[in-house]
Design a binder for this molecule. Structure first.
Ligand code: FAD
Length: 646
């Protein structure tokens, strides 16, 4: 591996003018020359569709890829709650500075100030862009756009479209992308999965793709490659992510030299429908917006845990978030709410199904909200979420409290990128959840859509253009030896997966076991000895996987078992890096709760002197010995303090 100097290329000067000045300083490609450049965008969720549409509109030749049947099926469609923007429509004291401050603090001072300020600044333009596209955000009777509150904020800045914000925003981005497909600037490939990155002289110049219907492997060359391939929460097997979400594109880029940052920073969302059985394969999120009106409680006494909630007297209910965090109450950030729920269930005060001998659930109760606002108002706000809950849990949340428990939801870690969103591989960019970006050690609710769209509509079009302005267009009429080598390597890997020496277990069998290991070691609480044991267990299981994975069918046709096996093989490698990262970070911060570094009040204890850095890991050729690069974080504008939501 070549040596690499970690430089975030963060501009200097006043925070408010950094992005504006930077945009001016960047180079641009003249409109007449843009047709000469080819851009690959892998992933057409919110981040990728927004980037591709914008780059297409600018006049570049764009090729896009997604593994679903249509860009419309990206995981972004699942986002329910909303998207933040510092519009201050409520006149409740919001501003770009406040959103910036909330995001830095919410991330427990483990994010870059310049990026986060830019994100807050761009947030307002995202809403204008989406409204111009016709995204049907909820409105007040007066016609103004409505807002609600999300965790970690004391203002109302979340724009929403009932419980379908991601879907509506994705329709907007997909429409913009479709216009470019129609105009010929975008060529789109659905059901086509990136297998590997192609580099020429150290620069990203293409990808190998596999057509998931025919099994055909192909190379595609370009002047720049942008990965917007989403997050890796499914490494845990059980998560709220769509089943197809995976780390493969990012991981294979990592193995080609792209640094992977803060891999252990995983968000556990407090309000998910609890697991009902040990063979369950998917968890469901109940949007955080529900915490605006729902009150979270558990029985005060263990003896009441088996009673029906309506039979538990008001005095015997412990509204523990309101008790522990009076200032933010039920709207504390996700990491804090999740840990509090875990604490209550570990004390034996959980409710609902027994999983491994423990009741893993607490109540989210709307009785008071229905009394104050009326059933119609609550149904108007959350109707589709209530319907979803009753379909899955077979209980009516209008009459009995929902049960919730934390679940893996989002990954703050991802490919390391500089201020321009370029990875450590020249010409390889990453946007949306695929990069490690702006959320530090904990993401605030409704900020992922904001970041994906800021990256896609505003940052990448500018910074990718700057990169292209400095490149000579690649001659696509030629065939490059690197294409052949990459194709052969992909063929070999598929052959190895299809021909394990002692095939006996499905890929899912191994994935479920891996999920248990990583959830116990690198989930809501982490501890040195448990992490060390997990690393050994992961390696052993990984060896078994390559010996025993059984893939039926052929690799020359649709084969979802093969698709899953390829993704799980990468999860096995990523899982080890996650544990190494969690082990190395001898502090607690945000989502990363090391049992050895917790205050007497049970809160995360940061060690800023030693750990105020982004951990960016380089693949060394040996999965167990990655090289750590530290990007020191410099807080010029916000003084890191102990987060206090009490
Ligand atoms: C249930 C749920 C609800 C959420 N609600 C909210 C919310 O209310 N507000 C909020 O801000 N955030 C929310 N989030 C988070 C947010 O939805 C995601 O972070 C965001 O949508 C990610 O967008 P993306 O464009 O980065 O990735 P995705 O939408 O996941 O898109 C990834 C794309 O990459 C493609 N892809 C992946 N790998 C490959 C490959 N190897 N080859 C080809 N294509 C590939 C996929 O096909 C897809 O097109 C929620 C998350 C969940 C799980």
């Amino acid at each position: 591996m070549s040596d690499f100097t970690l430089d975030s290329h963060t501009p200097k000067g006043s925070l408010e003018t950094r992005w504006t000045q930077h945009k001016f300083d960047l180079k641009i490609v003249s409109p007449a020359n843009r047709k000469k450049y080819n851009v690959i965008v892998v992933g057409t969720g919110l981040a990728g569709a927004a980037a591709a549409a914008s780059l297409g509109e600018m006049g570049y030749n764009v090729k896009t890829f997604c593994f679903q049947d249509s860009p419309r099926r990206a995981h972004s469609i699942a986002a329910q709650g909303g998207i933040n923007a510092a519009k201050n429509y409520q006149n409740d004291g919001d501003s770009v500075w406040r959103l910036f401050y909330d995001t830095i603090k919410g991330g427990d001072y483990r994010a870059r100030e310049s990026n986060v300020y830019r994100l807050a600044e761009l947030s307002t333009s995202i809403i204008d862009q989406a409204v111009a596209q016709g995204v049907p955000f909820a409105r007040e009777y007066s016609g103004y756009l409505a807002n609600r509150s999300f965790g970690g904020a004391q203002v109302s800045r979340t724009f929403y479209a009932r419980g379908q914000t991601g879907q509506q925003l994705l329709i907007g981005a997909y429409q913009a992308m479709s216009k470019q497909i129609d105009e010929g600037t975008i060529t789109h490939h659905s059901r086509c999965e990136m297998q590997d990155l192609i580099k020429i002289n150290g620069k990203a110049k293409g990808i190998v793709s596999r057509d998931l219907v025919t099994g055909k492997l192909e190379s595609h060359m370009a002047d720049v490659v942008v990965l917007c391939t989403g997050g890796y929460g499914n490494v845990f097997y059980l998560s709220t992510n769509a089943k197809g979400c995976n780390a493969s594109a990012a991981w294979r880029a990592h193995k080609q030299g792209a640094l992977f940052a803060n891999p252990s920073f995983t968000q556990i969302h407090p309000t998910c429908i609890p697991q009902a059985g040990e063979l369950q394969s998917k968890l469901t999120l109940m949007s955080e917006s529900l915490r605006n009106d729902g009150r979270i409680w558990a029985p005060r006494n263990k003896e009441d845990c088996d009673k029906k909630p309506e039979d538990i007297a008001e005095d015997d209910r412990d509204y523990f978030l309101e008790r522990m965090y009076p200032a933010f109450g039920n709207l504390v950030p996700r990491d804090i709410a999740s840990r509090a729920v875990k604490l209550i269930c570990d004390e034996g005060r959980g409710v609902g199904h027994d999983i491994d001998g423990k009741k893993l659930g607490v109540y989210l109760d709307f009785a008071n909200a229905i009394k104050v606002h009326g059933l119609d108002a609550i149904s108007e706000k959350y109707g589709n979420l209530f319907d979803m809950y009753s379909h899955i849990a077979a209980e009516d949340p209008y009459t009995t409290p929902m049960r919730i428990y934390p679940a893996v939801h989002y990954t703050m870690g991802g490919l390391w990128v500089d201020y321009n969103l370029m990875t450590s591989i020249d010409g390889l960019f990453a946007g949306g959840e695929a990069n490690f970006s702006d959320h530090g050690a904990n993401r605030l609710g409704a900020s992922a859509l904001m970041q994906g769209l800021a990256d896609g509509y505003f940052v990448l079009p500018t910074t990718v253009s700057n990169y292209l302005a400095q490149q000579k267009p690649l001659d696509l009429s030629k065939t490059y030896p690197e294409e052949e080598q990459a194709l052969q390597a992909c063929k070999d890997k598929i052959h190895q997966l299809m021909n394990a020496p002692k095939p006996q277990n499905t890929p899912d069998h191994f994935h479920r076991k891996l999920g248990q290991i990583i959830w116990n070691a690198c989930g809501m609480a982490r501890e040195k000895s448990v992490l060390e044991a997990a690393i050994t267990d992961i390696k052993n299981l990984r060896e078994q996987f390559w010996q025993q994975v059984k893939i039926t069918g052929s690799d020359e046709t649709l084969n979802q078992t093969l698709e899953r096996a390829g993704r799980i093989a990468d999860f096995f490698e990523l899982a080890e890096l996650m544990c190494i990262d969690a082990l190395t970070r001898e502090e607690s911060c945000g989502c990363h709760a090391r049992e050895e570094h917790i205050t007497d009040d049970g809160e995360a204890q940061r060690h800023d002197d030693d750990f105020s850095y982004v951990a960016a890991w380089q693949y060394s050729g040996n999965l167990s010995v990655p090289v750590l690069y530290k990007e020191e974080l410099d807080f010029e504008f916000v003084r890191p303090t102990t987060r206090n939501y009490r």
